[in-house]
Design a protein around this ligand. Structure first.
Ligand code: GLV
Ligand code: MN
Ligand code: MN
Length: 399
């Protein structure tokens, strides 16, 4: 029987980022590959049957692979400089929950699988939940194959280098048929459970979210010889866009909009940039409000670009509607919790993508400060263990 804390200790040194702090574990990097190997080894040591499907999802089976199984898991990839728990907590809890059930002497009436989804964060190829989107057919495989990382490598090439056949990625009805119910345990990423709440809550809604990319172009030039009035500087446009994002989102109740990634080209101290790529993340419960907010941001961007004599193009990279996780599953899961607390989340999850096709639910483990996507993300050991025990209770109840 392994505790979640012990499992997470085994991977505590994998993908540490000495520059940003925390962990940088982009999908199919050496760090994430090492974590995938760790998961396979942990599954083998438990006598679970391991297979990797055509979209790179790893399945570890307690019992024979079968349709309608009880499936639980999360992801191992991270944002740049992320915390130790976003993803790995759900994977370690899945393994630990299986240990709990065995220790309790449970003989499952149907098979249970622990799973790992690739590229949940979209931090390498830009589209979040790429594995579950491929599996459910929510992204065109041609588009997925053509996605590129920061080095210009396509997803097709990277997938092939990691043992997948890029021609066979995409909608996987037989894989989906394997999932009777999917439960993802995840670190809580806000202060929903706070300092004194219970250790675990059941998920209700997953906030609608999307990603857009502005391509801004101007005239690259010399920082010393180009007079201020002669410039066409896309960094000025980017600065105005960032302020417009803050102004427009702040005046839209419940909206969250973020610019967290901006890439000036060529990126030199004494160089006026010729191009800037700026990524925008917008979230709101009402998808029509999201669309309207993005439109208003784009209008402000177009005006800023015109003022600077620059060009501005907006590309939608991904869009996910607000999802209500399966109500019947949620109610059954809440019964297994000491106080039945229910929480919404502002973060995206594979469970929300799968929810379009199979009954999906989530559990959130307390993170007292609510900090996430940061090295400071934290879960107390006792809460992590309580989470895995509740996951085991939920799985047992659902069997
Ligand atoms: C994933 O964690 C997201 O919400 O972007
Ligand atoms: Mn995340
Ligand atoms: Mn996550």
């Amino acid at each position: 029987m392994m505790t979640v804390t012990t499992l997470l200790k085994e991977i505590a040194d994998v993908g540490r980022d000495g520059v940003r702090g925390g962990y940088t574990r982009p999908v199919y990097s050496s760090a994430e590959t090492e974590l995938r190997e760790w998961f396979r080894a942990a599954a083998h040591s438990r006598g679970l049957g391991v297979e990797t499907d055509r979209n790179g999802v790893i399945w570890a089976w307690w019992g024979e692979p079968q349709d309608g199984a009880l499936v639980t898991g999360s992801h191992l990839d991270s944002v740049p400089g992320g915390g130790a728990f976003d993803g790995p907590l759900g994977v370690a809890s899945a393994l630990s929950a299986i240990d709990h059930l065995r220790q309790r002497g449970v003989q499952p009436s149907r098979s249970i699988a622990a799973v790992v989804f690739p590229e949940e964060e979209g931090s390498r190829f830009g589209v979040a939940c790429l594995g579950s989107r491929l599996m459910t057919g929510a992204i065109d495989p041609d588009r997925a194959r053509a996605l590129t990382d920061a080095e210009g490598r396509t997803f097709a090439d990277v997938a092939a280098a990691n043992g997948l056949d890029p021609a066979h990625i995409g909608h996987d009805p037989s894989g989906l048929a394997r999932i009777g119910q999917f439960i993802e345990l995840h670190v809580e990423q806000g202060r929903g459970l706070g300092q004194c709440g219970p250790s675990v809550a059941v998920g209700d809604s997953v906030l609608g979210h999307g990603r857009w990319r502005f391509l801004l172009s101007g005239q690259g030039n010399h920082a010393g010889t180009t007079l201020m009035e002669d410039r066409r500087d896309p960094m000025i446009v980017a600065a105005k866009i960032i302020l417009a994002v803050q102004r427009l989102a702040t005046s839209t109740p419940q909206a969250r909009a973020t610019v967290g990634r901006i890439l000036p080209v060529p990126g030199g101290t004494n160089v006026i940039a010729s191009r800037v790529e700026l990524w925008l993340d917008v979230r709101h419960p009402d998808d029509l409000v999201t669309a309207d907010l993005v439109q208003r941001i784009n209008d402000a961007a177009a005006a800023a670009a015109a003022e600077e004599g620059c060009d501005c193009v907006l590309i939608e990279e991904s869009l996910s509607p607000t999802v209500h996780l399966d109500p019947a599953l949620r109610a059954r899961m809440a019964l297994a919790l000491p106080d039945g607390r229910v929480l919404d989340t502002g973060a995206g999850h594979d469970a929300a993508i799968l929810a379009a096709v199979v009954p999906s639910g989530m559990l959130f483990t307390r993170n007292a400060e609510g900090i996430s996507h940061s090295p400071e993300e934290h879960v107390e050991d006792a809460d992590a263990e309580a989470g895995a025990a509740v996951l085991a209770d939920v799985l047992e109840a659902l069997l």
